[in-house]
Design a protein around this ligand. Structure first.
Ligand SMILES: NC(=O)c1ccc[n+]([C@@H]2O[C@H](COP(=O)([O-])OP(=O)(O)OC[C@H]3O[C@@H](n4cnc5c(N)ncnc54)[C@H](OP(=O)(O)O)[C@@H]3O)[C@@H](O)[C@H]2O)c1
Length: 251
């Protein structure tokens, strides 16, 4: 018997998460639109249409995460796909010139409080949501966790003096995405033999709130690889870290 796939996407009220939610819902997936602001989540789910349902989920709030897991358990009984997408680039306004950002976020200058705030969402939030949702993923016969990482997270690329974007590497956003890869690698190793698949994926440089709409790809183009991997079925691979189109990113 065929059953409808149930997917939770964190931070799906806008940006890449919203685009992935929209495309999965079009495929007939039941999409749970995670949103820290429930009104914005409801607006996004309404805009997507049938199959999309808002779930209040702040990845930095243990009570919110527990309530979301409880709600999904009661309403849907399991989870087939978790897309860890929610992230912030900085905790303050991000309408600053790139050079100013690069200078202010250098390892010698960025405040520890700011690094902690960014890691709270991008790293510890991912781990907390994973731990809360794992019992529901274990009830699926085809469970997958897609972690939305970034090309800027690659330690291998950034260690190469020829890598053109390495001056953007810093302990806050880029470093947090490297740390997210640690969490994803830990998940991958943990699930090597139990059938739960784990992937990492990077959008293109996409025009979203995260980069003050400075990204050069549209939401549709920029989200393509995330959508492609989120659509993976039981015979598709685990352990990939890719950007469009299926181009591997070195960890
Ligand atoms: N855009 C790019 O060029 C690019 C490139 C590489 C990787 N990425 C990755 O792609 C993913 C999506 O980013 P985006 O570009 O689509 O950015 P975005 O438009 O700013 O979306 C980020 C989403 O995360 C949510 N969020 C932030 N903090 C949260 C929290 N504590 N709890 C729950 N949700 C929270 C935001 O909610 P609010 O609406 O309430 O703020 C928003 O829905 C991120 O993981 C990012 O690192 C993006």
């Amino acid at each position: 018997m065929q059953h409808t796939r149930i997917a939770l996407i964190t931070g799906a009220n806008q940006g890449v998460g919203f685009q992935v939610a929209k495309e999965l819902a079009k495929d007939g997936v039941t999409v749970l639109v995670g949103s820290r602001n429930i009104e914005r989540g409801v607006a996004a789910a309404t805009a997507i249409g049938p199959g999309a349902h808002a779930v209040q989920l702040d990845v930095t709030d243990p009570a919110s995460i527990a309530a979301a897991a409880q709600h999904i358990s009661a309403e849907y009984g399991r989870l087939d796909l978790l897309v860890n997408n929610a992230a912030i680039s900085r905790s303050e306004r991000n309408d600053v010139a790139l050079e100013d950002y690069t200078s202010a976020y250098a390892a010698s200058k960025v405040s520890l409080d700011e690094v902690r705030r960014v890691w709270e969402t991008n790293v510890f939030g991912v781990l907390a949501v994973y731990q809360a949702m794992l019992p529901l993923l274990r009830l699926s016969t085809d469970a997958r966790i897609v972690n939305v990482s970034s090309g800027v997270a690659s330690l291998t690329l950034n260690a190469d003096p020829a890598f053109p974007y390495r001056k953007l590497y810093n302990p806050a956003y880029a470093g947090s995405k490297s740390a997210m890869n640690i969490i994803a690698l830990s998940m991958l190793i943990e699930h090597e033999h139990d059938g739960i698949k784990v992937n990492l994926v990077s959008p293109e440089f996409t025009s979203t709130a995260l980069n003050n709409y400075q990204g050069t790809s549209t939401l549709e183009e920029g989200s393509r690889e995330v959508v492609r991997v989120a659509r993976f079925g039981p015979n598709d691979p685990s352990g990939t870290f890719t950007r469009w189109e299926n181009e591997s990113i070195p960890w």
